[in-house]
Design a protein around this ligand. Sequence first.
Ligand SMILES: Nc1ncnc2c1ncn2[C@@H]1O[C@H](COP(=O)(O)OP(=O)(O)O)[C@@H](O)[C@H]1O
Ligand SMILES: [Mg+2]
Length: 386
Amino acid sequence: MSKELIRLANCTMAFDDEVVLDNINLYINDKEFLTLLGPSGCGKTTTLRIIGGFQTPTSGDVYFDGVRINAVPPYKRAINTVFQKYALFPHLNIFENIAFGLRIPKTDPLGRKVKLSEEEIHQRVMEMLEVVNLRGFERRRITQLSGGQQQRVAIARALVNRPKVLLLDEPLGALDLKLRKDMQNELKRIQKAMEITFVYVTHDQEEALAMSDTVVVMDGGKIQQIGTPEDIYNEPKNAFVADFIGESNIIDGIMRADGVVEIFNRRFVCLDGGFDKDEAVDVVIRPEDVDIVPEDQGQLKGTVTSVTFKGMQYDIIVDFYGFKWLIQTTDLSPVGSRIGIKIDPDGIHVMKKSRYSGMFGDYSSYSEEYEEISGAGYEEDSGNAE
Ligand SMILES: Nc1ncnc2c1ncn2[C@@H]1O[C@H](COP(=O)(O)OP(=O)(O)O)[C@@H](O)[C@H]1O
Ligand SMILES: [Mg+2]
């Protein structure tokens, strides 16, 4: 059973009347890997800083283990932070970098200064070197390490004090793609091995999906959706989430009945319900959920306007009645060809209209860019929905 460890209740943060976090409500369970995901400026770092105690919300409450901690300073919280800039001490070796926090005398409940013995410091640093796979590196200088190794030292240093929670703000941002992927697995392994809670910040949706138990999607200082990676991908709450996570065709639809949605005057069977009759909705169709069939067998018919080879599949742009979709397929349909498509009921996801409706999910600019590059001409599909 998971136990709630941290809670943000109605947290709002304003700087000079500019609201950057708008009524955030969020709980984080013990031993959970939770990721705050969203575009730059959406409020991820501010949320993390509130949890860490570096910032106090303008209004709202922060709880740790059921106790309100708004006024508790960072060093008195069982929480540590790893920043993108590792801020390691270049004049100290790896061992001393990790031991640094352990050498600072602590004050016990009776107000006495307590120092750890050298033996205990040694044992705890060696334990951490083991966890981050850097055993044997203890006498090396920071400058002799790669970026990934430096990041692991920063993590070891943050974990050696045995916090209950580790906050990580875009910790892999400075690393190249291959190393990022390795470190993603490494971080996941460390989190499991240490059995602690990670609150992770990234703007990289793939990273969020790959690492997290729970993803919190943010935009404009608001939480847009909270869920497992599968929930967020398969059941996005609105057009922002659908667009931000993976590729999505987002089309205007009308809900004719439970399980029946109309797109381009055609009725499609879907699994969604609970909308008003004839309610206008946003319909998400993922590029991989579209089956290409001969034109005369298609539920919709369109013209291929661009093809990009992606190794595993082709990304093709198809014009349906003036609206361009991205479809991923392993069969080549050349530019200019007419195709039909079929969509299974579970490939259709219906969402309520939101303030993001109409802003995302159209691939015409992608297609235009491609045409400009390739100079490919094709015959415009003049068809209306039959
Ligand atoms: N100390 C501050 N003073 C004024 N504005 C701030 C401050 N910190 C953050 N902001 C603003 O709050 C918004 C959210 O910032 P931040 O939480 O850093 O976003 P993210 O980490 O998602 O990129 C931004 O518009 C940023 O400019
Ligand atoms: Mg940030």
